[in-house]
Design a protein around this ligand. Structure first.
Ligand code: PGA
Length: 247
């Protein structure tokens, strides 16, 4: 059993201007040569400038979504090839905000994963249940079905991460307790092993949803938690660094 190298990734969502590059540089300076893998996924327009600003540092830059196709008549969309061309190494796919606002299905997310793999991007594939689903006792079933539907067989042997993000915990300040996180992460790990065999042991399972400096250490030490996908608290270098240091 290989233990995955922890990954802490920041999802800036639709936040950040050129002036925000200073925060990213402060993160890069603060992490130094940590053994934790660190990523920042800014809005697409900042990706190129951020990769230049962070060249030679430990911090990887990533996109927040990518189209299934490489080129074509898709007004407003951005392809995985374009992200890679701009210097991105990571890409978040299937975030619940996209599954919800843009009706992204598991099948669509799986196609996006294939696009990421074609261009050498490491996908961070998000899954997570709604509050109604959790209350109805369906969290495990929903999340494992999302893993099976959103991760194509072609991921075998490739670098990727899964992020468990309960929708009710995103941006709300609410978090599941560690036994709840461990139950879902354990089920995701079993599903990954069933799908990809031991090859998937290297894939970290991140937790996401209201991770902040005050709760990071506790969450990051839960069983099978291989890092975090951090929204709001990744926007300030000081908070993001505190989370990285809590690994
Ligand atoms: P949050 O967002 O940390 O602000 O809750 C997490 C996410 O949506 O990835």
């Amino acid at each position: 059993m290989t233990t995955p190298t922890p990954l802490i990734a920041g999802n800036w969502k639709m936040n950040g201007l050129a002036s925000s590059l200073a925060e990213a540089k402060a993160v890069a300076e603060g992490v130094g040569t940590t053994s934790v893998r660190v990523g920042i996924c800014p809005p697409s327009l900042l990706i190129h400038r951020m990769t230049e600003a962070l060249a030679g540092t430990k911090v990887l830059v990533g996109g927040q979504d990518a189209h299934t196709d490489d080129t074509g008549a898709f007004t407003g969309d951005i392809s995985a090839e374009m992200l890679a061309d701009a210097g991105a190494k990571l890409v978040i796919l299937g975030h619940s905000e996209r599954r919800d606002a843009y009706r992204e299905s598991d099948a669509l997310v799986a196609k996006k994963v294939l696009a990421a793999l074609r261009h050498g991007l490491e996908p961070i594939i998000c899954v997570g249940e709604s509050l109604e689903q959790r209350k109805a006792g369906q969290a495990l079933e929903v999340v494992t079905a999302q893993v099976r539907g959103s991760l194509p067989a072609e991921l075998k042997g490739k670098a990727f991460a899964v992020a468990y993000e309960p929708i009710w915990a995103i941006g709300t300040g609410l978090t599941p307790n560690n036994p709840q996180i461990e139950e879902i992460h354990g089920a995701i790990r079993e599903t990954l092993t069933a799908m990809f065999g031991e090859d998937a042991d290297k894939a970290p399972i991140l937790y996401g949803g209201s991770v902040k400096p005050s709760n990071a250490a506790e969450i990051l030490h839960a069983r099978e938690v291989g890092g975090a996908l951090v929204g709001g608290a990744s926007l300030k270098a000081e908070d993001f660094l505190a989370i990285i240091r809590a690994v």
